[in-house]
Unconditional design. Sequence first.
Length: 216
Amino acid sequence: IVGFTEIAASSTPLEVVRFLNRVYRLFDALIEKYDVYKVETIGDSYMVASGLPVKNGKRHISEIATMALDLLDGSTLFLIPHRPSEHLQIRCGVHTGPVVAGIVGTKMPRYCLFGDTVNTASRMESTGEALRIHISLEMKKALDQVGGFKTEHRGFVDIKGKGVLDTYWLLSKDGGVRRNTNQVLMSFTEDQEPNYFRRTVTKMPDLSDPKKVQKW
Protein backbone atom coordinates (compact mmCIF):
# COMPACT_ATOMS: atom_id res chain seq x y z
CA ILE A 1 0.00 0.00 0.00
CA VAL A 2 1.58 3.25 -1.14
CA GLY A 3 1.82 5.82 1.66
CA PHE A 4 0.72 3.38 4.34
CA THR A 5 3.28 4.66 6.86
CA GLU A 6 1.87 8.19 6.60
CA ILE A 7 -1.71 6.94 6.74
CA ALA A 8 -0.98 4.88 9.86
CA ALA A 9 0.85 7.75 11.55
CA SER A 10 -2.06 10.15 11.09
CA SER A 11 -4.86 7.71 11.90
CA THR A 12 -6.16 6.05 15.04
CA PRO A 13 -5.36 2.35 15.57
CA LEU A 14 -9.02 1.47 14.96
CA GLU A 15 -9.06 3.40 11.68
CA VAL A 16 -5.94 1.54 10.53
CA VAL A 17 -7.41 -1.86 11.41
CA ARG A 18 -10.69 -1.05 9.66
CA PHE A 19 -8.82 0.21 6.62
CA LEU A 20 -6.64 -2.89 6.28
CA ASN A 21 -9.59 -5.19 6.94
CA ARG A 22 -11.61 -3.65 4.12
CA VAL A 23 -8.64 -3.72 1.73
CA TYR A 24 -7.95 -7.37 2.41
CA ARG A 25 -11.64 -8.28 2.20
CA LEU A 26 -11.69 -6.71 -1.26
CA PHE A 27 -8.54 -8.54 -2.34
CA ASP A 28 -9.77 -11.84 -0.87
CA ALA A 29 -13.02 -11.51 -2.81
CA LEU A 30 -11.26 -10.64 -6.07
CA ILE A 31 -8.73 -13.49 -6.00
CA GLU A 32 -11.37 -16.17 -5.41
CA LYS A 33 -11.92 -16.55 -9.15
CA TYR A 34 -8.26 -17.35 -9.81
CA ASP A 35 -6.16 -20.46 -9.29
CA VAL A 36 -3.93 -18.74 -6.74
CA TYR A 37 -3.00 -19.24 -3.11
CA LYS A 38 -2.97 -16.42 -0.56
CA VAL A 39 0.25 -17.06 1.36
CA GLU A 40 0.12 -14.30 3.96
CA THR A 41 -0.54 -10.69 4.85
CA ILE A 42 2.11 -8.83 6.81
CA GLY A 43 1.12 -5.30 7.75
CA ASP A 44 0.27 -3.60 4.48
CA SER A 45 1.75 -6.36 2.29
CA TYR A 46 -0.36 -9.03 0.58
CA MET A 47 1.45 -12.09 -0.79
CA VAL A 48 -0.12 -14.42 -3.35
CA ALA A 49 1.32 -17.31 -5.39
CA SER A 50 0.08 -19.65 -8.10
CA GLY A 51 1.16 -23.17 -8.96
CA LEU A 52 1.19 -24.25 -5.33
CA PRO A 53 0.42 -26.08 -3.15
CA VAL A 54 -0.97 -27.92 -6.21
CA LYS A 55 0.91 -27.57 -9.50
CA ASN A 56 -1.07 -26.18 -12.45
CA GLY A 57 1.46 -26.40 -15.28
CA LYS A 58 2.11 -23.12 -17.08
CA ARG A 59 -1.28 -21.75 -16.10
CA HIS A 60 0.23 -20.06 -13.05
CA ILE A 61 1.70 -17.39 -15.33
CA SER A 62 -1.62 -16.14 -16.72
CA GLU A 63 -3.43 -16.66 -13.42
CA ILE A 64 -1.09 -14.50 -11.36
CA ALA A 65 -0.75 -11.83 -14.08
CA THR A 66 -4.51 -11.50 -14.61
CA MET A 67 -5.06 -11.45 -10.86
CA ALA A 68 -2.51 -8.64 -10.46
CA LEU A 69 -4.29 -6.58 -13.11
CA ASP A 70 -7.61 -7.24 -11.39
CA LEU A 71 -6.29 -6.17 -7.98
CA LEU A 72 -4.80 -3.02 -9.46
CA ASP A 73 -8.09 -2.23 -11.17
CA GLY A 74 -10.01 -2.86 -7.95
CA SER A 75 -7.73 -0.65 -5.88
CA THR A 76 -8.46 2.38 -8.07
CA LEU A 77 -12.14 2.18 -7.05
CA PHE A 78 -11.43 1.80 -3.33
CA LEU A 79 -11.87 4.87 -1.12
CA ILE A 80 -10.01 4.92 2.20
CA PRO A 81 -12.84 4.66 4.80
CA HIS A 82 -11.73 7.50 7.09
CA ARG A 83 -10.36 9.56 4.18
CA PRO A 84 -13.24 9.37 1.68
CA SER A 85 -11.58 11.81 -0.72
CA GLU A 86 -8.52 9.58 -1.15
CA HIS A 87 -8.26 6.47 -3.30
CA LEU A 88 -6.20 3.44 -2.37
CA GLN A 89 -2.89 3.18 -4.21
CA ILE A 90 -0.88 -0.02 -4.37
CA ARG A 91 2.36 -1.28 -5.88
CA CYS A 92 2.56 -4.78 -7.37
CA GLY A 93 5.66 -6.87 -7.97
CA VAL A 94 5.69 -10.17 -9.87
CA HIS A 95 8.39 -12.76 -10.54
CA THR A 96 8.33 -16.41 -11.57
CA GLY A 97 10.57 -19.28 -10.58
CA PRO A 98 11.04 -22.20 -8.18
CA VAL A 99 10.37 -21.93 -4.44
CA VAL A 100 10.66 -24.13 -1.39
CA ALA A 101 7.33 -24.39 0.42
CA GLY A 102 6.33 -26.03 3.65
CA ILE A 103 4.51 -25.74 6.95
CA VAL A 104 6.64 -24.11 9.62
CA GLY A 105 5.94 -24.13 13.35
CA THR A 106 3.79 -26.19 15.69
CA LYS A 107 1.94 -23.78 17.97
CA MET A 108 0.82 -21.51 15.11
CA PRO A 109 1.82 -23.43 11.97
CA ARG A 110 2.09 -21.44 8.75
CA TYR A 111 2.54 -22.40 5.13
CA CYS A 112 5.65 -20.47 4.11
CA LEU A 113 7.61 -19.91 0.90
CA PHE A 114 11.37 -19.56 0.74
CA GLY A 115 13.94 -18.89 -1.94
CA ASP A 116 15.34 -16.34 -4.34
CA THR A 117 12.07 -16.21 -6.28
CA VAL A 118 10.26 -14.85 -3.22
CA ASN A 119 12.99 -12.26 -2.60
CA THR A 120 12.99 -11.11 -6.22
CA ALA A 121 9.20 -10.70 -6.27
CA SER A 122 9.48 -8.61 -3.11
CA ARG A 123 12.15 -6.43 -4.72
CA MET A 124 9.97 -5.95 -7.79
CA GLU A 125 7.28 -4.55 -5.50
CA SER A 126 9.54 -2.32 -3.41
CA THR A 127 11.22 -0.76 -6.48
CA GLY A 128 7.96 -0.32 -8.35
CA GLU A 129 5.67 2.68 -8.67
CA ALA A 130 2.16 3.48 -7.50
CA LEU A 131 -0.62 1.86 -9.53
CA ARG A 132 1.82 -0.13 -11.65
CA ILE A 133 2.78 -3.80 -11.88
CA HIS A 134 6.56 -4.24 -11.92
CA ILE A 135 7.72 -7.56 -13.38
CA SER A 136 11.06 -9.28 -13.88
CA LEU A 137 12.59 -10.24 -17.22
CA GLU A 138 11.78 -13.89 -16.44
CA MET A 139 8.13 -13.03 -15.93
CA LYS A 140 8.06 -10.99 -19.14
CA LYS A 141 9.46 -13.92 -21.14
CA ALA A 142 6.93 -16.27 -19.57
CA LEU A 143 4.08 -13.91 -20.47
CA ASP A 144 5.33 -13.70 -24.06
CA GLN A 145 5.13 -17.49 -24.29
CA VAL A 146 1.59 -17.50 -22.92
CA GLY A 147 0.52 -14.60 -25.13
CA GLY A 148 -2.28 -12.09 -24.70
CA PHE A 149 -0.51 -9.69 -22.33
CA LYS A 150 0.93 -6.25 -23.06
CA THR A 151 4.15 -5.20 -21.36
CA GLU A 152 6.43 -2.19 -21.52
CA HIS A 153 10.18 -2.05 -21.01
CA ARG A 154 11.03 -0.09 -17.88
CA GLY A 155 14.80 -0.39 -18.08
CA PHE A 156 17.58 -1.49 -15.80
CA VAL A 157 16.95 -1.11 -12.08
CA ASP A 158 19.44 -1.50 -9.24
CA ILE A 159 17.91 -4.19 -7.02
CA LYS A 160 19.22 -4.64 -3.49
CA GLY A 161 20.99 -7.98 -3.17
CA LYS A 162 20.52 -8.73 -6.88
CA GLY A 163 22.46 -6.05 -8.72
CA VAL A 164 21.14 -4.36 -11.84
CA LEU A 165 18.16 -6.18 -13.40
CA ASP A 166 16.27 -5.61 -16.63
CA THR A 167 12.61 -5.08 -15.70
CA TYR A 168 9.24 -4.38 -17.30
CA TRP A 169 5.76 -3.04 -16.58
CA LEU A 170 2.72 -5.28 -17.03
CA LEU A 171 0.13 -3.03 -18.67
CA SER A 172 -2.91 -5.01 -19.73
CA LYS A 173 -4.46 -8.22 -20.99
CA ASP A 174 -6.30 -8.71 -24.26
CA GLY A 175 -10.00 -8.41 -23.57
CA GLY A 176 -9.51 -6.65 -20.24
CA VAL A 177 -9.98 -8.01 -16.72
CA ARG A 178 -12.60 -5.76 -15.12
CA ARG A 179 -14.84 -7.86 -12.91
CA ASN A 180 -17.46 -7.12 -10.24
CA THR A 181 -15.32 -4.78 -8.13
CA ASN A 182 -18.13 -2.27 -7.65
CA GLN A 183 -20.49 -4.97 -6.37
CA VAL A 184 -17.85 -6.22 -3.95
CA LEU A 185 -17.21 -2.72 -2.60
CA MET A 186 -20.92 -1.96 -2.21
CA SER A 187 -21.30 -5.09 -0.09
CA PHE A 188 -18.94 -3.67 2.54
CA THR A 189 -21.41 -2.10 4.97
CA GLU A 190 -20.77 -1.13 8.55
CA ASP A 191 -23.23 -3.81 9.68
CA GLN A 192 -20.87 -6.42 8.26
CA GLU A 193 -17.87 -5.19 10.22
CA PRO A 194 -16.66 -7.76 12.78
CA ASN A 195 -17.88 -7.19 16.33
CA TYR A 196 -14.42 -6.30 17.57
CA PHE A 197 -14.54 -3.16 15.41
CA ARG A 198 -17.69 -1.88 17.12
CA ARG A 199 -17.03 -2.88 20.69
CA THR A 200 -15.13 -0.51 22.93
CA VAL A 201 -14.13 -1.66 26.41
CA THR A 202 -14.42 1.25 28.82
CA LYS A 203 -14.12 -0.71 32.05
CA MET A 204 -12.38 -3.98 32.77
CA PRO A 205 -14.41 -6.60 34.68
CA ASP A 206 -13.76 -7.49 38.29
CA LEU A 207 -11.41 -10.44 37.78
CA SER A 208 -11.91 -11.58 41.37
CA ASP A 209 -15.55 -12.49 40.65
CA PRO A 210 -15.82 -15.47 38.21
CA LYS A 211 -19.52 -14.74 37.54
CA LYS A 212 -18.78 -11.20 36.40
CA VAL A 213 -15.90 -12.38 34.24
CA GLN A 214 -18.08 -15.00 32.56
CA LYS A 215 -20.85 -12.46 31.90
CA TRP A 216 -18.41 -9.94 30.48
